[in-house]
Write a protein of this length. Sequence first.
Length: 422
Amino acid sequence: MTYRIDSALMPVPNSITNQLNLLAVKYKGQRIAVSPHCELVCNLYLRGHFRDFELVGAIDNNTSKHGKTLSGIPVYGIKELPELDVTSILVIHSHYHQIITSNLVSNVPQNIDVIDLSCKYDDRQFRTQIAQYFDRKNSDMLRPGFESNKAIMAHNLHTAEITIDPCWGLGDKLCLMVAAREFSLRNPHIDVKFNDLKDIVNAFGDDLLSQGQALPLPNNANALHRTKLSSPAANYLGCFLLGLGLDFDQRPKLRLPNVDAPKGLIPGQYIALQPTANFAKPNMTLKDLQAIIDACPLPVVLTGPLQPINSHLANIDQISNQLTHASSDHYGNEMDMLKIIRHAALVITPRSASAHIAAAYQVPAIVCVPNDGENWHLDYPDWICKQIPVTNKLIVKEVIENVNQIISMGNNSNTEIDKEIV
């Protein structure tokens, strides 16, 4: 998997750096290896945390990495270990460290120390560390260009604007909007401005967010977006909360305003389908989409981003013209998308905005996911979500089976969605 530079902006766990400092006393200057070659190891290396050792390379069981130097670290297989002449192997992985340590202990010579450096790692503890790291009061962590505003950000902030990156899609915007509402709730003395999704913001019927310009508040959610396999952020909304310096105990829920059903659609009597995604690739083929539509036990209503720019199809009109027995009559703006999904019996979608909206309204979903290590984005609580790899050769069969199973459980009848904040 490719590790993005955004992830290198993340702090590294204190629980691991503290142990590295202790080990430096015993193993200073000695030849060591790390295992596996992962994102956390790369971040530690790029920040110079192995400077007290002679780092020979990383031991990894992924054969596609062997013989390569990735992020400055040579990668080897375990069979090459005798040639490396190391005194110890440091296991550094936030979630699989016990399995990796056990495997190494069983397969390496007894004269090589295998040290589980992640044994004291805890997601909850690290989440607090990240929130403190990105807190606006921690002026050292402000984005470049904010140095002149340190005092205002830390002590005298009375109004602030939370801005959206131009490249972000609807899923990003919705998560940031919910995070902005939570920031406002926790900081009642600050007038929080949010100048996007105006209709959705107003639909909440409260004054947590308002329109207008103010000093932009740094948001570092990008540092967490591309984390692989799992994350202390817990899900995609968690990235935006931590990016604003907001800590939390449990996996956060995405809360959206209750909305009426689109005119002409009966709640719980149709399936919402987002055909393509802008970012999470690859998309399903038109042939597979059509086969799924034809097999659905309820009418299918199309929804999704207005311009899937990275798709082989340019817009919803082109998609709907090539998909039969699926309605695009209710397609419109972001609010129309919320209405369609809120009252659907089921949502079929790539890992895109429709999935996040379905999670917010607790509408069951079948999500066709890529193999990019980022599907933890959808780990929302209290939500029925079946993830199927989009590369699965039997994807049509699996989607149809799950559609029938979920529909047989009963249509979406959740008529009251509260407006509770995360």
